[in-house]
Design a protein. Structure first.
Length: 299
């Protein structure tokens, strides 16, 4: 499933085709994706202008001049093709590394824009979805109510990390994946951030706060490296793993910079480290780490 950097990369690729233009025609080729489309979905889009395209966690949010916002989630295999009026296609060739290879039979939503661009949503597994909600109540919608802070925003401070994790006995990795605390982090980038911070994934989350609630050195390191990892991943166009690629049809490159993720048995790339990458299972998911760089007793 695309994580935050991949969704941000998609946003950057879609924005020039969507922002400032109107939906001239919207065609739904099936009544549902993961969920049914909202009532009168095409009618509520057609004729309205996209004033902004933002990202909230792993969701894309297009603000419309109708007073509604279009929420889009890519699920496991969702992708957007953008055909420009000059004949260029921003997603030529094979989009997936595995799976449907961009088969047109999975083109479920076709949006013709007033600038001549055609934006097509393709989703082989149909785990993605689209919804329309009033913009003024967006933060209280069923998608975003109770969602945690944005990890690429100024809100992710050491003090915020300490406040969120204070008193929690859950393992640190599980706490970082809790979307009610920090929204948008996924398995790949949590593994990478914990390695850079030198923190064992099974560390008790509450250890990042002192008894008075102020941040420990662990919290300060973690807040810094989360931002660094995500920023580097966005700059690299995300990571291409199995079913993900970005709107220009190319692959993300950050997977070539992985230090631990999916590298079990390889030598650790940490400076001066002679350790080997290990794998454990936490809550049914693989966790990759280096026991030498990430000891349980890390200060």
């Amino acid at each position: 499933m695309p994580e935050l950097p991949e969704v941000e990369t998609v946003r950057l690729g879609l924005a020039p085709a969507l922002v400032g233009t109107r939906f001239a025609r919207v065609v739904l080729r099936r009544p549902n994706l993961r969920f049914p489309f909202p009532a009168r979905f095409a009618e509520r889009l057609e004729g309205h202008r996209v004033t902004d395209l933002a990202r909230r966690a792993k969701y894309l949010v297009a603000t419309l001049d109708s007073g509604e916002s279009l929420i889009m989630h890519l699920g496991m295999t969702g992708r957007f093709d953008v055909a420009l009026p000059d004949g260029r296609n921003l997603s030529p060739g094979d989009f997936y590394l595995e799976g449907a290879q961009g088969n047109a039979k999975h083109d479920h939503v076709v949006m013709a824009m007033s600038n001549g661009a055609t934006v097509t949503y393709n989703d082989a597994r149909r785990f993605g979805f689209m919804d329309l909600v009033p913009t003024e109540t967006l933060s209280a919608s069923r998608h975003f109510a109770g969602m945690g802070l944005e990890p690429l925003s100024a809100a992710l401070t050491p003090e915020a990390v300490a406040r969120l994790f204070r008193g929690k006995i859950t393992p640190l990795k599980a706490a970082l994946l809790d979307q009610r605390l920090i929204a948008g982090l996924g398995n790949i980038y949590v593994c990478e951030a914990l390695h850079r911070a030198g923190l064992h994934p099974e560390t008790r989350a509450g250890a990042l706060a002192k008894p008075d609630g102020t941040p420990t050195p662990k919290a300060r390191r973690l807040a810094r490296v989360i931002g660094e990892v995500l920023t580097e991943a966005v700059a690299a166009g995300g990571s291409t793993l199995r079913d993900y690629a970005h709107p220009d049809g190319g692959s993300g490159a950050f997977q070539h910079a992985f230090r631990v993720y999916d590298r079990v048995g390889h030598s650790c790339s940490g400076k001066g480290c002679t350790g080997t990458i290990e794998r454990i299972i936490q809550s049914g998911r693989s966790t990759f780490f280096c026991a030498s760089c990430q000891p349980r007793s890390a200060k």
